[in-house]
Design a protein around this ligand. Structure first.
Ligand code: GLU
Length: 262
């Protein structure tokens, strides 16, 4: 059978099933067209993660790997790497801001998990971190084994609680959790003694490290970060995924990782 005939039959079957995969886009503005119409990319980024998404108050600019990825994407979509509205997000706010359409995408240490893939689209991972622990130097805590019975502070909507729970259970120890909505609140809780451990991805902890604290060498649960889009925005998700894969293959992302010492 000729290829054109096979294509015709497959298309006819898809149309009959209502899949519409062989018809042109009809009504509605696609994810990419919406960005083009607005002539700006609305990107949710972190403002407190050095080397990833960090707002530098001396230059009044965002900087880091995730900022550069946003610029590369804006350049592809709009032909202008600076046509971006950066919106600072937290683990708690980034999902809802995608859902309500305030953001086109989130590039903000957003860990790809099977559970989250049911609610959002994630690109291929551009970086993989791990969960770590920040403690006071004076605490005498050296590793996970030392935190039996202590209180671990974690952020709401983050993967940290699950990661620490699993690793603690594997060691046969138990910990208490206190949940906070932002990282500055977690650091204040550590400083005041309300929590004994501040647990989250090591990249994020680095933003809160000071002369009184240390990041322990232990690390748990790989945290692969992906560019995140609204689940219904499949066209944009696929477009972004192709580009991330291209930049992983051609060395663009590894050069940025090196540039930011990650
Ligand atoms: N990366 C982790 C997560 O997605 C930590 C939270 C955060 O990114 O702020 O849950």
């Amino acid at each position: 059978m000729k290829l054109s005939r096979v294509v015709f039959i497959v298309c006819a079957a898809l149309i009959a099933l209502g899949a519409g995969g062989c018809t042109k886009r009809q009504t509605g503005v696609s994810g990419i067209d919406a960005i083009k119409n607005a002539n700006v990319l609305k990107a949710g980024v972190k403002s407190d993660v050095p080397g990833f998404g960090f707002f530098n108050t001396s230059t009044n600019k965002y900087e880091g790997l995730e900022i550069e990825i946003a610029k590369l994407l804006a350049n592809e979509i709009l032909g202008n790497p600076d046509a971006i509205n950066f919106e600072p997000v937290t683990a708690k706010t980034r999902g809802p801001l995608l859902d309500n359409g305030e953001l086109d995408m989130v590039i903000a240490t957003f860990t790809i998990t099977d559970e989250r893939k049911l609610t959002y689209n994630f690109s291929e991972a551009y970086y993989t971190d791990a969960v770590g622990m920040l403690v006071k130097k004076s605490s005498g805590i050296n590793s996970l084994a030392d935190i039996n019975g202590l209180t671990v502070g974690v952020a709401q909507s983050a993967t940290s609680k699950e990661a620490i729970t699993a690793s603690a259970a594997a060691l046969g120890i138990s910990v208490n959790f206190a949940e906070f909505s932002t990282y500055p609140e977690l650091k204040a809780a550590l400083d005041s003694g309300r929590i004994d451990v501040f647990a989250v991805d090591k990249s994020i902890l680095r933003g809160y490290l000071d002369s009184d604290t240390i990041i322990l060498p232990d690390e748990f649960s790989p945290q692969p970060y992906g560019v995140t889009t609204k689940l219904s925005n499949k066209q944009l998700a696929d477009y972004v995924d192709v580009l991330i894969k291209k930049w992983l293959n051609d060395g663009t992302i590894s050069a940025l990782i090196k540039q930011f010492n990650l």
